[in-house]
Design a protein around this ligand. Sequence first.
Ligand SMILES: Cc1cc2nc3c(=O)[nH]c(=O)nc-3n(C[C@H](O)[C@H](O)[C@H](O)COP(=O)(O)OP(=O)(O)OC[C@H]3O[C@@H](n4cnc5c(N)ncnc54)[C@H](O)[C@@H]3O)c2cc1C
Length: 604
Amino acid sequence: MAKQYSRRNLDFMIKEVLPVAELTQYPHYQDYTPDMFDMVLDTAEEIADKILRPAYVSGDRNQPELVNGQVKVHPAVKEYVKAMGQAGMIGATFPYVHGGQQMPGVVGACTEFIHGSANNSMIMFAGLTAGSAHLITSFGTPELKEKFADKMMSGEWTGTMCLTEPQAGSSLTDVVTTASPQADGSFKIKGQKVFISAGDHDITDNIVHLVLARIDGAPLGTKGISLLVVPKFRVDANGSYTVDNDVISTGIYHKMGQKATPAMHLTFGDKDNSVGYLVGEPNQGLKYMFQMMNEARLGVGMGGTYIASAAYYASLEYAKERPQGRRLNNKSLEEGQTFIINHPDVKRMLLTQKALVEGCMGLLFECHYWQDMIHALGEGSEEAKPYQLMLDLMTTVAKTYPAEMGIRSVNEGLQVFGGYGYTEDFPLEQMARDVRIMSIYEGTTGIHSLTLLGRGITANGGKAPQLLFAKIMETISEAKTHDELVPYAEKLEKELGRLQKVTMHLLGIAAKGDNEVFLSDANLYMDFFGIVSVAWCWLKQGVVAKTALVTNSFEGEELAFYESKVHTMKFYFHYELVKTLSLSARLTDTEVLTIAKAMEPALQ
Ligand SMILES: Cc1cc2nc3c(=O)[nH]c(=O)nc-3n(C[C@H](O)[C@H](O)[C@H](O)COP(=O)(O)OP(=O)(O)OC[C@H]3O[C@@H](n4cnc5c(N)ncnc54)[C@H](O)[C@@H]3O)c2cc1C
């Protein structure tokens, strides 16, 4: 089986592109040494090799079913969650005060990449458990932490996020699940939640649901949403968790992909006997949930990227072994068939895959590094503010662009396989199904695009894009010190200018108060922003690679690695960055064909 990721490339990201070792100089990370990060990655590889990779296909072919109210999942899921709990990996990045190990998030992102590329379909169990436990440790009482979060971090219990309702998907304003206060301080929960990942299973004795609900009499809209812990089983008189908490699995969705993780329709309080415990203050639930959503958003962007990585290596291996046709410059029948990797169009598809995967990795790891710098410098401190502003702006981009490009990249990979790619004999068809969800959950591409253009770039007087653009300019200056990179530095500088012009044009429309026209092509603006951001990450990788090449005399694999970086950077600029031309033409075109009044006669 082809490899699914390159450890060399992960090392490049965290040892050469980003100064992750320097994090250990800050008190927050002082208990770590860089070699400890290698050991964490070794452990992650072991779990991927032993448990995750062997179960990737069988987890897909044996999807969970809801039978007599019970859901059984693939046995490897249990092994995986247990191994993650035992290795301390579920809460590894939480601060010590929350029971974690204060490991840099960027290292956690590497382990996620290793696991996700091996079996994206199963790892959600651990990710959701970590995210929901972190909500409890961050905003709940010590009692809630002791009762629930500790068991989640050890892998004894799992967790979920219960936001979506039949009428409230993108629009969480419309959540109607209710929480009625009881004399003992707890709440009776009533409502329906749909699409709840890992919402039911047979791998642990209890499941801890983090539920968004409205306390009786709460204000309308997002200001009236609270967060509650609602376990599947609540505590009995002996302190054991055996009391059925009236959380019923009403249905299971039969999904296109990621089949190893069941998505459940859950009914809370059908018998008026579902009890929940408030996390933090009433009506602050959505604000708290944003912590988990933002963590999950980087996770979803990463999901698009690690599945695309697995697809890239599978199609690269196939292209090197599949003979078909003859080279364009040598059609002689005397010569045997050539391998398809020698056809320029196949090379283009492979380079597209590589350029998208490694470029998006650059953006995602950058965001994780900013998050670590926030912890290193002190959350809320003046020093950490620039990182916080950039992270707030870019989380939405790092979720959306890699998700969309992951889908595209896997599709290119499937095309490399020709007809075989469309069959179950090769993993690409499964990967194509698995990756498709990335642009939908944790906020659709449409919704994130509205956030970026409608709020992100103008928040705090536009400070975040200013900081980001200054960072991009720093890389451009560094690139200009290498003759070979000058044309690329100049290209990016030009496109950055174009992005700023387009942004000013759109903000001019916003200033006139016509929000529908202003935001009508927000999705294309996201694309533009994503392309420029990833071109920056590529230039950054290009500078590191070029510097390594001129200061060392590499041979063999190392020489090939760095040369391939520079070549793929050039490919991204020539094939992807150029798309900004058509995007800017559309975004400054005054003829808007999608707003309500123009649309009516069009969509027949
Ligand atoms: C496999 C899977 C797992 C999931 N796991 C979870 C989970 O664990 N927990 C959980 O709470 N939820 C989960 N979800 C739900 C997921 O987050 C929602 O499906 C998603 O938020 C979209 O909501 P929706 O399906 O109701 O689509 P809708 O909100 O109805 O959107 C439909 C389309 O309309 C567009 N649209 C909607 N509103 C607007 C608007 N205002 N402006 C412009 N365009 C708009 C959207 O972009 C989209 O293209 C999961 C979903 C799936 C499929």
